[in-house]
Design a protein around this ligand. Sequence first.
Ligand SMILES: O=c1ccn([C@H]2C[C@H](O)[C@@H](COP(=O)(O)OP(=O)(O)OP(=O)(O)O)O2)c(=O)[nH]1
Ligand SMILES: [Mg+2]
Length: 147
Amino acid sequence: MYPVQLKRLPGNEDVALPRKMSEWAAGFDLHAAVGEPLTLAPGERALVPTGFAMAMPKELEAQIRPRSGLAYKHGITCLNSPGTIDADYRGEVKVLLINLGQEPFTIERGERIAQMVFQTVPQVKIEEVSELSETVRGEGGFGHTGR
Ligand SMILES: O=c1ccn([C@H]2C[C@H](O)[C@@H](COP(=O)(O)OP(=O)(O)OP(=O)(O)O)O2)c(=O)[nH]1
Ligand SMILES: [Mg+2]
């Protein structure tokens, strides 16, 4: 178990902190901390506040992912999916939503808009070299094995 600290930001006592909606859910649902209902027209995007900030061990990142129900029913998704929350970020967690549907969609205060999944981040050390090891694939990519 990794310790993760959440800090509610002032004026958001009525907005739920991220929580799992079932015992083994992978994601903690994120709630919109909009002051007023926010309507996204088709094609429109917005950075939606969540009302909290976070501290987690440096071994972790958090990914902000869309909720499939909002995507399926309304075309609402995360533009930068998955969003990356760095372990050293102390600002408000925000969700970059976009309306890819055909109708305007209104986000109400407290509504669940996305989910947050924690992942471990391998620590790597990058080194520059002049030759890379050979493989059978080589430079083949982007569909070179066929459709
Ligand atoms: O969906 C997101 C994505 C990012 N962030 C916050 C946390 C993250 O640690 C920080 C920076 O995100 P990222 O590295 O993706 O953006 P950038 O454009 O590279 O900004 P920066 O130069 O600040 O790293 O913004 C969010 O709150 N929600
Ligand atoms: Mg960055």
